[in-house]
Design a protein around this ligand. Structure first.
Ligand SMILES: [Zn+2]
Length: 403
């Protein structure tokens, strides 16, 4: 038999159908049909505190504006850690995972481009951002005012009858109206880091609104978990070089230097805030910081950071993604008499996402070891162990990576 391309196609279809025990729709019946897709998806559902179950759900028929993505990987966020331990958003049972990325395997016939207008096709690598795309400057903050149910990102949605709502899974159904970006030009590790990096791109944009952050600013970054470390990287790609990292973990401080911090201060070595602020001042060569980023979730760290900042300086507080309790400051000494300009930052806008793709390329170009932020990779079946490793603070960014 002569194997022309039509024959090859027919044979492949037949073999796939026998493997999967189902009829593969022909390309005309299912426009833009991609690789063979199983009947069911595996979703890691957080079903009780500190416990995920891997559940199997049918993959539904796609609507004309829907996209089915085969998940390649997803980072574990601080927010996931909070959900895992305490469910502060009251979402259980929930399909978590919002730092995910994967490959388009099927698209509805109306899908032509991503949210930035870039063409989309089966096989493209994508990430999602927020679910509404009508305004690129819209913030999570706005969405929470306009919509019920809390955060409107995949991985923090209330469960529904489709269930394919989070990136801790092997397939996710991206519904019509969601924001999606074609990031085929970034490797898997970089794509997993997009979401946390967008948080920092946003925070630095917020910091810039004070008018205090400049090329030659002395900048203190307090907290060297993934958020603080990425903060340092974003500042470096902006050309800011005079950065002092503050943390209590020497390993993290050493990594902060690799990410571009000039000096580091280990607060474990100092007793009392005067000694600590003295150490920060010394690290800047006898000056206090012009600007500071507070990247921990510790109320005491918020209280302390004012002492690192010069009169007329600025502060961006971004450590409290959820309620971490009250912090005490002295309004006279810390704010008024020093004329500190303070901005808060939370999550990101849609536009910050597009900026983040370029940031990741620039960070790579100047040799920042971004990918070393991902210290552990677990398969989906070991998601409970992955979260425990994260809670034990054994690494930096922990990721679920599918085979
Ligand atoms: Zn996150």
């Amino acid at each position: 038999m002569e194997m022309n391309s039509a024959n090859v196609e027919a044979v492949v279809k037949q073999v796939l159908e026998s493997m999967l025990d189902r009829k593969i729709p022909s390309p005309s019946a299912q426009p833009a049909a991609g690789q063979a897709v199983p009947k069911t998806a595996h979703v890691a559902m957080l079903t009780s505190l500190e416990h995920y179950d891997i559940r199997e759900f049918p993959i539904p028929e796609l609507g004309d504006g829907d996209i089915l993505v085969k998940v390649e990987g997803c980072g574990i966020c601080g927010t996931d850690a909070h959900e895992f331990k305490k469910d502060p958003f009251g979402l259980i049972p929930v399909a978590l995972g919002h730092e995910g990325t994967g490959e388009i395997v099927r698209m509805g016939k109306n899908v032509k481009t991503d949210s930035a207008g870039k063409p989309l096709k089966v096989g493209d690598k994508v990430v999602t951002c927020m679910i509404f795309k009508d305004d690129p400057d819209i913030e999570m903050f706005d969405l929470n005012k306009k919509n019920i149910g809390g955060a409107d990102v995949y991985g923090l949605l209330p469960d529904d009858d489709i269930h394919l709502n989070g990136w801790f899974s092997d397939y996710i159904l991206v519904r019509e109206g969601s924001s999606i970006f074609n990031v085929s030009d970034l490797d898997l590790d970089s794509r997993i880091l997009i979401e946390p990096c967008a948080v920092l791109v946003h925070a630095v944009e917020r910091a810039k609104t004070t008018g205090i952050l400049r090329f030659n600013s002395r900048v203190a970054v307090q907290g060297c978990g993934p958020i603080g470390l990425i903060c340092i990287a974003v500042l470096r790609t902006m050309g800011i070089e005079n950065i002092v990292a503050v943390d209590g973990n020497q390993q993290r401080l050493d990594f902060a230097k690799k990410m571009g911090a000039d000096r580091s201060v280990n607060f474990m070595e100092y007793k009392g805030i005067d000694a600590l602020s003295g150490a920060v001042k010394e690290a800047f060569g006898g000056h206090l910081a012009d600007f500071a980023f507070q990247c921990t979730g510790s109320p005491a760290a918020h209280s302390n950071i004012y002492k690192f900042i010069r009169n007329g300086g600025g502060l961006c507080e971004l450590g409290f993604f959820i309620n971490g309790g009250d912090a005490t400051i002295n309004p006279h000494f810390d704010l008024c008499s020093k004329e500190i300009t303070l901005v808060g930052s939370w999550v990101y806008t849609l536009r910050d996402y597009a900026t983040t793709f370029d940031f990741l390329k620039r960070a790579q170009a100047i040799g920042l070891p971004m990918k070393e932020l991902i210290t552990h990779k677990f398969p989906l079946e070991e998601i409970n162990e992955a979260h425990q490793t994260n809670l034990a603070q054994k690494g930096l960014k922990i990721a679920i990576v599918n085979k």
